[in-house]
Design a binder for this molecule. Structure first.
Ligand SMILES: [Zn+2]
Length: 231
């Protein structure tokens, strides 16, 4: 059975083999051994670069399954030819591989990663800065950790405008009255604009242009939030 896969990483294995870490459409995250892949460098290896979409055929084995054949569907050259896009994609694959376990199958995760890679591949480099936050928020949503941005997580009141406080253990925002009831260590301040942007990204996939400083604020917050839930 052929299977579509995104190559997360590859490493040399013994003299001539290559060990691949893949996220597949049908079987989730798997490790595969490409036998002799180093020997036929030009022929096989070039098809097996991290950050490529490949169609693969698997030979099951008692220990680690083998790669029977592969056919590259997309090299994402738009990403590989841009340093900043490559850095963004690297950050995403890093979060992905630290979060998603082997054999954890979720077709939605595969589909969203592929959709996102296509988006990063196509966009002009200068407008890509928000894509890490965009991916993060939808990734968290698919994992069931979507932050609650509508009501106060303590009294359920609708939130006023202005700066807000996010509580990691509650997974959402607190109103100004309630925030004093919680320990400061679990609170994270977010500007009004970053909350607006977070809400927008959670509901839209369309192209936007955002200030770099705002994106930076969001990137840092989402990374902290993810670190909290990962543990
Ligand atoms: Zn409240």
């Amino acid at each position: 059975m052929t299977n579509l896969a995104i190559i997360i990483s590859r490493k040399d294995y013994r003299e001539n083999h290559v060990l691949l870490d893949l996220y597949t459409q049908n079987s989730g995250r798997i490790k595969l051994l490409a036998r002799g892949a180093k020997k036929f460098k030009a022929k096989l290896s070039s098809h097996l670069e991290p950050l490529s979409l490949v169609e693969i055929l698997i030979i099951p084995s008692k220990s680690i399954d083998y790669l029977a054949s592969s056919n590259t569907k997309n090299y994402f050259t738009g990403i590989k030819n841009s340093w900043s896009k490559l850095e963004t994609a690297g950050k995403v694959l890093n979060v992905f591989s630290q979060t998603v376990k082997d054999n954890e199958k979720e077709e939605k995760l595969f589909n969203y990663l592929l959709l996102w890679l296509n988006k990063l591949d196509d966009l002009e480099e200068e407008n890509c800065s928000y894509l890490f936050s965009l991916w993060m928020i939808h990734f968290l949503e698919l994992l069931g950790y979507m932050p609650n941005l509508k009501n106060c997580q303590s009294c359920q009141k609708k939130l006023n405008s202005g700066r807000q406080y996010f509580n990691f253990s509650l997974g959402g925002l607190l109103c100004l009255d309630c925030k004093n009831k919680f320990s400061l260590t679990n609170l994270y301040q977010l500007s009004e604009n970053s909350i607006k942007l977070l809400r927008f990204l959670a509901n839209n996939q369309e192209k936007i242009i955002v200030k770099k400083t705002l994106i930076k604020e969001l990137d840092i917050f989402l990374d902290k939030y993810w670190q909290y839930y990962k543990n």
